[in-house]
Design a protein around this ligand. Structure first.
Ligand SMILES: Nc1ncnc2c1ncn2[C@@H]1O[C@H](COP(=O)(O)OP(=O)(O)OP(=O)(O)O)[C@@H](O)[C@H]1O
Ligand SMILES: [Mg+2]
Length: 305
């Protein structure tokens, strides 16, 4: 049995500890009864419920709050944002599952990156995940691999808990321990976990390589989205780029220099597919609209877009 299969099996057996220990310290603390949960600080809002049938914890994402922050509303199928993310996800999903997937190694593993901080990687990663998970037959795993400056959990309102770093750093922590179920049936999250001084080494480790290989080969029906650090500010983005089959390079419109984009593209040459998304471009609605969309694409091999 693979590490992921056994982890998922264990996850199904994990009984949620209804006496989750809350302490008032801000430092992270592993709950030994339920190793999936760590720390708890005093002002942390618990926003999860226990599924009575499966006895599993389900984190409730507050869509009203997300929508107010500019994210797509998965319950609304007709907004301009939803339509634009449809356009963004179509080639990605087609490359992963459709005819386009032929010959792309690990086509279901997608890295979201950018040249510089703040261009909209996390925004794009979450919107893409919501958009794909909203399709009835699609499953998405959203992994916060920006382990130095994680923000997926914060944006989605998930309280701090075990994540990728703890999994990579501890033999005793299983993949199931870091998987978070959400109130969208097709969406699961892997938080980044606690910051670690050797996070670069952990992301380059055999354990990480084994994990991505298993995620790709054992779960080819699932889209795995990795949020990453910016390419020109840290080496971790480049390390992650070698592990995936498709890359979305987020480019902040009217801000990121073309030379920077080209420098980033050069760092991504190991990946079969690199798609560029223009983010924060002013649309035709008087400049107030923050848009997204494929402005242009870079590709390698036969998969140029
Ligand atoms: N298209 C958009 N429309 C509205 N807000 C956006 C858009 N893109 C990004 N933002 C906002 O801009 C800010 C920066 O975006 P985000 O956190 O996604 O960038 P990032 O590339 O992940 O940054 P970092 O490198 O620090 O991780 C956030 O407040 C986000 O909500
Ligand atoms: Mg980010």
């Amino acid at each position: 049995m693979s590490i992921i299969e056994s982890a998922l099996n264990k996850a199904n057996k994990v009984e949620h500890d209804s006496n989750v220990h809350l302490n008032t310290q801000s430092e992270l603390k592993v709950n030994s009864d339920n190793p999936r949960l760590i720390y708890n600080n005093s002002d942390c809002k618990i926003n999860s419920i226990i599924d009575q049938q499966t006895n599993k914890e389900i984190v409730e994402i507050d869509f009203t709050r997300l929508t107010s922050l500019g994210f797509v509303d998965p319950n609304d199928s007709n907004t301009q944002a939803i339509e634009e993310y449809r356009n963004i996800k179509r080639p990605i999903v087609n490359n992963a599952f459709g005819k386009g997937s032929v010959g792309i190694n690990r086509a279901n593993l997608i890295l979201i990156t950018s040249s510089l901080p703040g261009e909209g990687k996390t925004f794009t990663a979450i919107n893409l995940a919501l958009s794909i998970a909203n399709e009835r037959d699609k499953k998405v795993l959203l992994i916060d691999a920006d382990v130095a400056r994680p923000s997926i959990s914060k944006v989605l309102g998930i309280e701090p808990r075990l994540g990728l770093i703890e999994y990579l750093d501890n033999e005793g922590i299983l993949f199931s321990d870091i998987l978070v179920d959400t109130n969208i049936a097709g969406l699961r999250i892997v938080p980044a976990g606690k910051t670690h001084k050797h996070s670069t080494e952990l992301l380059s480790s055999n354990k990480m390589a084994l994990l991505v290989e298993e995620l790709s080969s054992r779960y080819p029906d699932r889209i795995i989205i990795f949020d990453s650090p910016p390419l020109l500010a840290a080496t971790q983005g480049e390390i992650l780029a070698k592990l995936v089959g498709q890359i979305v390079l987020v480019v902040e419109a009217e801000k990121t220099l073309q030379s920077m984009v080209m420098e980033s593209v050069n760092k991504l040459s190991t990946c079969d597919v690199v798609l560029a998304v223009f983010n924060k471009s002013k649309g035709n609605t008087g400049g107030a609209f923050y848009g997204y969309g494929y402005g242009y694409g870079y590709g390698y091999g036969n998969y140029a877009n």
